[in-house]
Write a protein that binds this ligand. Sequence first.
Ligand SMILES: [Zn+2]
Ligand SMILES: [Zn+2]
Length: 274
Amino acid sequence: MFADLHLHTTESDGTWTPAELVREARKAGLAAVAVTDHDTTEGIEAAQKAAPEDLQVIPGIELGASSPRGDEVHVVGLWIDPGYGPLQERLAVLRQERIARIVRILDRLADLGIFLSEADVQEFSHRDVLSRSHIASAMVKKGIVQTKKEAFDAYIGQGAPAYVKRPKLTPEQAVELILGAGGVPVLAHPGLLKDLSILPSMVQAGLIGLETVHHSHSPEQEEYFLGLAAELGLLPSGGSDCHGPGGKDEIYLGKYKVPWKWLADLAKKREGSQ
Ligand SMILES: [Zn+2]
Ligand SMILES: [Zn+2]
């Protein structure tokens, strides 16, 4: 039995609705999935309602944080309580900041002679959660770039001319927020980080898991992070981080998964901490 503990839906920047996601997960033979949308818990209930009896849906989230040197750090929370007040308050603030940031990115693109309206971007998001991924889709549609990846590399990715930083949680705050919501905090895709200097203070703050399995990790990285997790007393976790078809990546659902034992160990750790 296998689980995928990192997945996105249309509630953030994925292209499958929560109901489609659980259907696809079932087809892929998974026994459990965690719905971990960026900075929102909106997809959890719909996924749980749509799930067949033999598919467990774990309520989750992926919080975006920023390291002291400005690197994006993502922290996945598993088994969070979506009703935890301080979490929802924080998410509301993050949403407002996210919208302000999109407007600033569009301004910068306009300075570069690329004119996109908020409505052009909105077209690709069925909710009010706009992301750079939606800007990239609008740029492809307008023929400004061929692919979403090109949009990130040439315009809106970190270090590109229209990139705008946004105020974010610190990695430690993200860990604490997830613990407060009764969840298990896991550092997402460490292989994408420029350096791992943030790890000790995250462990200090109560980090429980480290994603060793992720579609961006090579077999060597997977091996390395398994060793690192053991060394730091962290539990291994992971998943596909699939965003569905038509996204910036291919479909990874079913290809990157973790054994049931990992899920059981993470769940046990949570019970132990409560
Ligand atoms: Zn991420
Ligand atoms: Zn993700």
